[in-house]
Design a protein around this ligand. Structure first.
Ligand code: OGA
Ligand code: NI
Length: 374
């Protein structure tokens, strides 16, 4: 059964923001995570023998202002990108070309949207057939543990699926800001994709072509709203997951941290630097690499919440063209270097997360082909 074709959620939807604003002192059982998933405070001193360096560290920062330059600086930039992708799969970019004003205005418009009365937002209530609109859960399994987050999800690209009439009509500037923001983020994602291709020793347009070509790749925006939480140690704003597309560009909340990245055995809390955007590699980037040891992998991350301040983030997801078969380039697969992942279209791939919800990296890992002995 294709549960993703469900037209409605299996259980009544509760808005986390409504719960939070009702002033409950305890969170409902549905939001309490099993102890192994709770965001235990990271110990200051890790046991002897473990790598201690990560607790105080931040993800790499890439300065894109050398993007146009040539020679040594451009080589250095590619080396930085290669390091950030191999070691972390997560980095912040500065001098990325998206204007500070636009980022600030887009974030404020979404803050205003979430500040509207619940009835106004309810007009955009989403369902699991497309996820488009105002939502409060990911996945359709009954009795699943829920995350402490509401969101608004919309399609930006390709144009054939863009439908601004489903975007918030209020605040008045919202639709225009989404269009403008989507345009700039699309440009940035193409520049990043080209740099990432080159950092793998591939032609600059290799990955862009592989994910569907200039006009065709998919882009969605999910604005996450994490309300204040009276018991932040028991729950998560977003459970551990990797993103299903190929690249995500996140505009974080400049005042409230919450995003944690899994690095080796640690959850590293990202400290956003002013006006930076946060980039992470997602599952299709891992899926598409042809050789047995995909060196760029998607990375697990999650969000913690707090009792003092709500948090808003804008996640711009870049996805392959939905009906394109993601598979290794034939010319690169040999007997010694077999394809590691099974081919699959992005549309098929996405069904998993939309059905089961966020489950670490279990999906991309389930694609790995077991070696066939002959
Ligand atoms: C996401 C995500 C992180 C954040 O939306 O997939 O990982 O900080 N968001 O909100
Ligand atoms: Ni994510």
């Amino acid at each position: 059964m294709m549960t993703s074709s469900l037209q409605s959620w299996p259980e009544p939807i509760v808005r986390v923001q409504t719960l939070s604003e009702s002033g409950v002192a305890r969170i409902p059982e549905r939001y309490v995570k099993p102890p192994s998933e709770r965001p235990l405070p990271i110990p200051k001193f890790t046991p002897r023998g473990r790598d201690r360096t990560h607790d105080s560290t931040n993800i790499p920062v890439i300065n894109l202002d050398s993007i146009m330059s040539s020679g040594d600086r451009s080589t250095l930039l590619l080396e930085h990108i290669s390091y950030a992708c191999r070691e972390w799969g997560f980095f912040q970019v500065v001098n990325h070309g998206v204007s500070d004003e636009l980022m600030g205005a887009a974030r404020e418009a979404w803050r205003e949207f979430f500040g509207l009365p619940v009835e106004a937002k309810q007009e955009y209530a989403n369902n699991p057939s497309t996820y488009e609109g105002y939502g409060s859960r990911i996945g359709v399994e009954r009795e699943a543990t829920l995350d402490w987050c509401d969101y608004f999800f919309l399609h930006y690209s390709p144009r054939s699926v863009r439908n601004p009439s489903k975007w918030p009509a209020l605040p008045l500037s919202c639709r225009e800001l989404i269009s403008e923001y989507g345009k700039e983020l699309t440009e940035l994602s193409k520049r990043l994709l080209s740099l990432i291709s080159r950092s793998l020793g591939l032609e600059g347009d290799y990955l862009e072509r592989a994910f569907g070509g200039r006009e065709e790749f998919g882009a969605c925006l999910r604005t996450n709203f994490y309300p204040k939480c009276p018991q932040p140690d028991l729950t998560l704003g977003l459970s551990a997951h990797s993103d299903p597309g190929f690249l995500t560009i996140l505009l974080p909340d400049p005042h409230v941290s919450g995003l944690q990245v899994r690095h080796r055995d640690h959850w590293v809390t990202v400290k956003p630097i002013p006006n930076a955007l946060i980039v992470n590699l997602a599952d299709q980037m891992q899926h598409i690499q042809v050789v047995t040891n995909a060196i760029y992998r998607s990375v697990e991350h999650r969000v913690i919440v707090n009792s003092a301040r709500e948090r808003v983030s804008l996640a711009f997801f870049c996805n392959p063209k939905s009906d394109l078969l993601i598979q290794p380039a034939k010319e690169l697969v040999t007997e010694d270097r077999p394809a590691l992942y099974s081919p699959m279209t992005y549309e098929e791939y996405r069904t998993y997360i939309r059905t089961k919800g966020l489950r670490g990296k279990s999906q991309v890992e389930s694609l790995v082909r077991l070696p066939t002995k002959n």
